[in-house]
Design a protein around this ligand. Sequence first.
Ligand code: FAD
Length: 351
Amino acid sequence: MTENKVDVVIIGAGQAGLAVAYFLKRANINFVLLDQQQNAGGAWQHTWDSLNLFSPATYSSLPGWVFPKTSGPYPTKSEVVNYLRAYEQRYEFPVQRPVKVERVEQTASGLRVISDTALWEAKAVVSCTGNWSTPYIPNYQGLPEYTGRQVHSAHYSNPDEFIDKKVLIVGGGNSGAQILAEVSKVATTTWVTQREPTFLSDDVDGRILFDIATQKYQAKQEGRVLEAPPSLGDIVMIDTVKEARSRNVLKSRRPFIKFDKSGVFWNTEDYESFDAAIWCTGFRPTLDHLQSLNVIEENGTIQVNETRSVLEPRLWLVGYGEWTGFGSATLIGVQRYARSTANEISQALNA
Ligand code: FAD
């Protein structure tokens, strides 16, 4: 197995890993970026065909390079992937792919990053592995026996296979609303949400989510708490969701109690068969590679001070969403955490 020595290993070269790489390169810190995928673009390579960003290009830039002009008001999935690929080349980051990091271990002098092909002795590690690799499906009674088609939003591409079918769409966030909007045009759909979905007003888009994240960030910096801001999970009224509302499709019902092989029980008597279930029930952070550091909490996250692990101070976590910083799982929102992480690493290396 090839042995390498490097100051910093960034695990994951999606938007978060690239943003950290930008600031480490600017600080002349010696690092390597490892990513398990053959191609650049992170999770964006796998989102569904019609997915657009819900914020305009000007609100979707990584540090140093404004998102190029797009075909429409909001960047398409392929425009995002092309931007991330071009960004990686533009700054000539030292990326090695495909390299799957299997585990990270403590050593006397730092951290050892072990992959399927080589190992790296590092002074610091930044985990930027995102959530996409860990889709979450709730554990319902009878679900293992259900023989209908099941797909999580992480692996949903388009509505073609659901034409003329009866389909459950489970989940009340942006994924659920956007997938419901397109599947309901070709199939009979039932939308299932834990609680009444909340929709942002028509005159705002994803920018407001970034502005809220900024207000929350500033409030936290000043030791204040923001009074009841809209949640980052509120549904952005993009055109396809507005069109679904005009067809009166955005009505949801509370969850079923269990499955059987062909459908669901809404309660003890009321049964309904379904051909398919599309799970828009979110993700969990992809952290298995950090198991051996004994830093993962019961709830699947890691105790951090900003982005630095409290229990293993040579480890930083960037881009996982709220618990690693408000808006950190967005292209523009990840910047401030990537910058602060690079600054902390620079101080730690020069201490
Ligand atoms: P990822 O993009 O998942 O990249 C992580 C990388 O790490 C991947 O390449 C993965 O292969 C790699 N990796 C994982 N484990 C390992 C390992 N063990 N070893 C090596 N490599 C590994 N964001 C916005 O900014 N604007 C939007 O409008 C927006 N809309 C969205 C709409 C939906 C419906 C969804 C689901 C998400 C949306 N997002 C949006 C969020 C955005 O898509 C993700 O948050 C983003 O992809 C996260 O980037 P990341 O770099 O943290 O993770």
